[in-house]
Design a binder for this molecule. Structure first.
Ligand code: FAD
Length: 293
């Protein structure tokens, strides 16, 4: 492993100016669970690692009392999200996804920001946050900007950050009444392995507790980036949320997905499983929406 200098700025501006001075020879590091692996494998050889860990920020997700928005700082560890009573009670789709990332040792250090910026199609954190209509808050030399997380991913390993920009926060709009969601990571084992598929479904119900008012379906490893099958979502809206309608939506989602053959699974099986898992997560989302009342 080539030696590198480890820099520890305490503010966002300091981090950005260090990145500007060192240019391409510098790399940000948060938990380091991706960066250090890549350095060890010889895929990256930065001369400077700029740590984001000393930058002061909120350590746990919190609700803005005025707007009802959920804020999650980018430097928040998966473990802080997983153990948050707020996330456990109100955002089970996010809890489902985060609690199965790697191992508890990984979740203790790895951050949600690192998971998103790493931008692999299997990133477990991305799917629920897109289903929840999350927005990425970004800071760089040109100041602050925001963008819908749905547009943040450009391709495998690529996201819409300019050189030196830092992802600072993810903001989730207030949940509509009678909303429930669920996520499943499908693979040979649940943890410590990249999933063959990640499937998240979020449903909001009308007052009759049966009709779908809003549907979000987000798929991981079903396309080069996290992917929303829009025709399946549209099909569900205005329908009674039944097993048959969820099965139909699942089939549409499978057909719309851009699954490929890979060592973790063949395309036809993945497509079939999209159908099965959209239905299964839809039923769980329905149950959770009804429980929210
Ligand atoms: C054994 C093991 C198991 C794993 N299991 C899973 C799993 O089940 N599911 C899963 O999704 N992932 C898994 N991962 C991948 C990894 O742990 C996650 O993607 C993690 O969230 C990365 O966060 P980090 O803070 O460690 O990122 P880092 O390694 O610190 O950084 C990752 C990338 O993001 C950049 N970066 C980090 N934070 C920011 C920021 N705020 N702004 C701008 N750039 C930033 C870094 O420069 C780097 O390019 C696993 C990794 C290991 C080693």
């Amino acid at each position: 492993m080539r030696p590198f200098s480890f820099l520890t700025p305490e503010t966002l501006d300091e981090a950005i100016s260090l990145h500007e001075s060192h240019g391409k020879s510098a790399r940000y590091i948060a938990g380091g669970t991706d960066v250090i692996v890549k350095i060890k494998e010889g895929k990256l050889a930065p001369q400077y690692l700029i740590s984001l860990k000393r930058i002061v920020s909120r350590e746990r997700p919190y609700l803005d009392a005025e707007t009802g928005e959920l804020h999650i700082g980018a430097f928040t560890t998966h473990r802080a999200i997983e153990t948050s009573p707020l996330v456990q009670s109100r955002y089970p789709i996010l809890h489902d996804a985060i609690k199965n990332i790697g191992s508890v040792q990984i979740r203790n250090v790895a951050t949600i920001g690192g998971n998103l910026v790493n931008a692999v199609p299997s990133a477990d954190g991305a799917i629920p946050l897109i289903a929840l209509d999350g927005t990425a808050h970004i800071y760089g030399t040109k100041g602050k900007r925001t963008m819908a997380l749905n547009r943040f991913f450009l391709g495998p390993g690529q996201c819409d950050l300019d050189s030196g920009e830092i992802l600072t926060e993810i903001v989730i709009p207030p949940l509509a009444a009678r909303t429930g969601g669920a996520y499943v990571k499908h693979g040979r084992r649940e943890a410590m392995e990249l999933p063959m598929l990640g499937v998240g479904v979020l449903l909001s119900l009308e007052e009759d507790m049966k009709t779908c008012a809003k549907a979000r379906i987000c798929l991981g490893v079903a396309a080069p980036t996290p992917f929303r099958p829009l025709s399946a979502e549209k099909y569900l809206v205005g329908q009674a949320v039944t097993e048959a309608h969820l099965a139909e939506a699942g089939q549409m989602a499978g057909e719309e997905s851009k699954v490929r053959d890979s060592i973790r699974g063949v395309a036809w099986y993945r497509r079939e499983m999209v159908g099965v898992l959209v239905k299964r997560m839809g039923l769980l989302a329905l149950e959770r929406a009804r429980a929210q009342g």
